[in-house]
Write a protein that binds this ligand. Structure first.
Ligand SMILES: NC(=O)c1ccc[n+]([C@@H]2O[C@H](COP(=O)([O-])OP(=O)(O)OC[C@H]3O[C@@H](n4cnc5c(N)ncnc54)[C@H](OP(=O)(O)O)[C@@H]3O)[C@@H](O)[C@H]2O)c1
Length: 258
């Protein structure tokens, strides 16, 4: 399949490692020019060096609106414009739905929704003008089947889905698509941390927790970041021009409902 990504310009958030890194790497392999951001320039630089092919390191904490505004300017000035925007962010702390402090809800909502939408608003006019754009949000299987002990994620990520679905119909006639990718369990540091937290909470070993999780995935294993990146590459491609307002699951068959 020819993706048509050669020379396209992409900005990927939360990309010094994990899912964002896998997406950035996949886009670069298809010839896209990529800028990657994370909270620390050191991490972004190391990841950009690893990706190679002119990947540009940038800094942005999605919890800080002023850094979002600066990122939009920096990315446009470094790339000349942004055709593909990947809205990814760090995961919220695990925990139950009861007793979350109001301040924690607000902080997480800013980092996982308000500021991501703010960045999209900065970059959408250019996409609409050029009649090509791709907005891809990294969400979670929890929006379809809520995950125990991940209340903040389960509660906030659906906002990104509702926003994206609404936006998709507003910009479809301008050649801009808006989609989301829902990871099930992809092998990253975040997943290791969640398995460790789950082990501590339930008094089991990390190996037992991971084995039980794998047993619940029809594919029998965790996914790889390259497999996740490939799904984003498809949604970013010219071939996906009629796919918009969708949620693409990358979960090895884990979500049991249709
Ligand atoms: N892996 C999975 O199976 C899975 C499943 C469902 C949902 N998710 C969600 O997908 C997202 C990415 O997960 P992951 O597994 O790739 O996590 P990860 O391995 O921990 O990587 C997270 C990336 O985001 C960056 N980051 C963290 N906090 C940030 C912030 N406030 N602003 C900007 N960048 C930030 C990190 O770099 P710095 O720390 O240097 O900033 C890193 O590059 C998370 O929201 C996670 O909850 C993952």
């Amino acid at each position: 399949m020819k993706t048509g990504l050669d020379g396209k310009r992409a900005l990927v958030l939360g990309a010094s490692k994990g899912l964002g890194f896998g997406i950035a790497q996949g886009l670069v392999e298809e010839g896209a020019r990529v800028a990657i951001a994370s909270r620390a320039m050191e991490g972004s630089k190391a990841a950009a060096d690893k990706i190679g092919r002119g990947a540009i390191p940038l800094i942005c904490d999605t919890g800080k609106s002023e850094q979002i505004d600066a990122l939009a300017k920096d990315a446009v000035s470094a790339l000349g414009g942004v055709d593909i925007l990947v809205l990814n962010s760090g995961g919220p702390p695990p925990g139950k739905a009861q007793g979350v402090a109001s301040e924690q809800w607000r902080t997480s909502f800013d980092a996982m929704f308000v500021n991501l939408v703010r960045l999209a608003d900065h970059l959408l006019p250019g996409m609409i003008e050029r009649k090509f754009g791709r907005i891809i949000s990294v969400i979670s299987s929890g929006v379809i089947q809520p995950i125990p002990n991940l209340a903040i994620s389960n509660a906030i990520r659906p906002a990104l889905v509702g926003w994206g679905k609404t936006l998709a119909s507003e910009v479809a006639s301008s050649g801009v698509t808006v989609n989301a990718i829902a990871p099930g369990r992809i092998a990253t540091d975040r997943l290791k941390q969640l398995d460790a937290a789950n082990a501590e909470r339930t008094g089991r070993s990390i190996e037992d927790v991971a084995a039980a999780a794998r047993a619940g995935i029809p594919a029998g294993r965790y996914g790889e970041i390259e497999e996740f990146g490939a799904a984003a590459v498809f949604l970013a491609s010219e071939k996906a021009s009629f796919v918009t307002g969708s949620i693409l699951r990358v979960d090895g068959g884990q979500i049991s409902c249709t």
